[in-house]
Design a protein around this ligand. Structure first.
Ligand code: NAD
Length: 491
């Protein structure tokens, strides 16, 4: 079934070989002649190959979703809820196998992969609970004489596109609310990390998924596969997590059929440390906000603004902690600094650091490519990074902390907001009033106030400006997959 290379041990080989490698369409696994190789970013070696879908395969998946839509929409909410709850339990029960698969295809340390499985599963539990709480309304018209009946219905067959950095959680964050709302879907994982989603499809089957309700297609050519599906009028919703550049292309395509969209796009998070902050807490918060996923998160602290009176002290404590983080393959027990996703990512980080140095930034740690095979880049701390540096305007997506000094609160807010992105900002201060003032002034959908990781399935996640449209998770997450219908009733 797979062509596992010899660069993995027996346990790893068993985990990889446990994943179905076909397309999952209409409840059936379908192999293709074309193959998509999946690489281990820690070694650059091919782990296995999976199916590479053609545009015709994609349209077949959409047909399967469209055919299953009416049945799934009319299934009892409790039935939809129970399916998600069974899948939640299976995900947790299989954490070790799934975490290993994720680490092998994506590179993140095993401990973080386990954390992602728990986070991903929690979306299923949350939306299992939400599935049975859909509400509506019944009220008299203001002028009397008729009644307003307001109900909510599933939007219909949905296309779900996910990135490589959270191969499972970005999927369950969409599949959970889609299924809870009564929508069928076609899921397209990133080409670098198809295995986690294929493993999830197999788990959903064991949980009792009806044929066609979730379909999974993997491809080496996402534009060729997705464009005909997006333009097909049977598709009613596109939920996308990925880069702002691709999000803009997809929004243009969706305009042609006025298709509903949810967009979770890129970020350029400011991390603001005031002189009255608990500096040790701020350093720990920054390590979480910066180093989780080896710096490859949309919520990664990208620009670290520290008040001038404490920046040297903060930089010293941060550098000590960053220097102690072991580098290694994600499967090694203590590894924190795993590999970046691919060689392009290493090139991008290398160029961003060179640009910052050339513009006057000082290197306190790292700053040179790692001398080892695989896509590694060492933990790096730069200070005195000028606002003109390219890394202040683009997602670094690597283990590089870029520090810069500020003097006043007003200056910090102005510089923090000086970006087209608006996903998240972080604020560290012991002053409640200042913390709330700055949190409200940040032009972002999310704020971490004295907290470095705030993602939670029970909270609304999403950005403003070019970071996206809509919110995932929380009480409103299911709304992304529902239409409101008003029925006027004469009595
Ligand atoms: P990407 O935009 O390159 O790819 C994302 C997905 O889109 C992949 O599945 C890819 O195959 C697909 N895709 C690419 N081009 C396409 C096209 N023309 N038509 C249809 N599909 C296409 O992003 P990535 O590199 O996989 O992920 C990293 C990006 O995702 C970063 O910008 C990060 O900030 C962002 N992200 C955002 C969030 C969030 O919640 N806001 C979460 C995670 C990642």
């Amino acid at each position: 079934m797979t062509h596992t290379s010899e660069s993995v041990n027996e346990t790893e080989r068993l985990a990889i070989d446990s994943v179905p490698t076909g397309l999952f369409i209409g409840g059936v696994w379908r192999e293709t002649a074309a193959r998509l190789p999946v690489e281990d970013p820690a070694t650059g070696r091919v782990l296995c190959e999976v199916a590479d879908a053609s545009p015709a395969d994609g349209l077949d998946a959409l047909t399967a979703a469209a055919d299953a839509q009416a049945g799934w929409a009319s299934a009892a909410p409790r039935e939809r809820s129970d399916l998600l709850m069974r899948a939640y339990r299976l995900l947790l029960a299989e954490t070790e196998r799934l975490a290993l698969i994720m680490t092998l295809e994506m590179g993140k340390p095993l401990s973080e992969a386990r954390g992602e499985i728990a986070y991903a599963a929690e979306f299923f539990r949350w939306f299992a609970e939400e599935a049975v709480r859909l509400d509506g309304g019944y009220m008299p018209a203001p002028a009397g004489g008729s009644r307003f009946l307001i109900t909510r219905q599933p939007v219909g067959p949905s296309l779900l596109i996910t990135p490589w950095n959270f191969p499972l959680a970005m999927g369950t964050r969409k599949i959970g609310p889609a299924l809870a709302a009564g929508c069928t879907c076609v899921v397209k994982p990133a080409e670098q990390t198809p295995l986690s989603m294929l493993a999830l499809a197999e788990i959903l089957v064991r949980a009792g998924l009806p044929a066609g309700v979730v379909n999974v297609v993997t491809t080496s050519d996402p534009a060729a596969l997705m464009t005909p599906m997006i333009l097909d009028e049977r598709s009613r919703k596109l939920s996308f997590t990925g880069s702002t550049a691709v999000g803009k292309i997809l929004l243009e395509q969706c305009a042609r059929t006025v298709m509903r969209t949810s967009m979770e796009l890129g970020g350029n998070a400011p991390f603001v440390v005031f002189e009255d902050a608990d500096l040790d807490e701020a350093v720990e918060g920054l390590l979480a906000a910066k180093m989780r996923n080896i710096g490859q998160t949309c919520t990664a602290a990208n620009r670290i603004l520290v008040q001038r009176s404490v920046i040297d002290d903060f930089a010293r404590r941060l550098t000590e902690r960053m220097a102690a983080l072991p580098m290694g393959r994600g499967t090694e027990p203590d590894a924190v600094v795993g590999p970046l996703i691919d060689t392009d990512a290493v090139t991008k980080v290398t160029e961003l650091v060179a640009d910052a140095k050339q513009r006057g930034a000082t290197v306190l740690l790292g700053g040179e490519s790692a001398d080892r095979p695989g896509n590694f880049y060492p933990a790096t701390v730069l200070t005195g990074v000028p606002d003109e540096a390219a890394m202040c305007h683009t997602e670094i997506f690597g283990p590089v902390a870029a520090l810069t000094a500020f003097d006043t609160e007003a200056e910090a807010v102005e510089r923090a907001n000086d970006t087209p992105y608006g996903l998240i900002g972080y604020v560290y201060t012991e002053s409640l009033r200042r913390g709330l003032r700055v949190s409200e002034a940040l032009e972002t959908g999310l704020v971490g106030l004295n907290q470095g990781v705030i993602s939670n399935p029970a909270a609304p996640f999403g950005g403003v400006k070019e970071s996206g449209l809509g919110r995932e998770g929380g009480f409103t997450g299911i709304d992304e997959f529902l239409e409101t219908k008003y029925i006027g009733v004469k009595i």
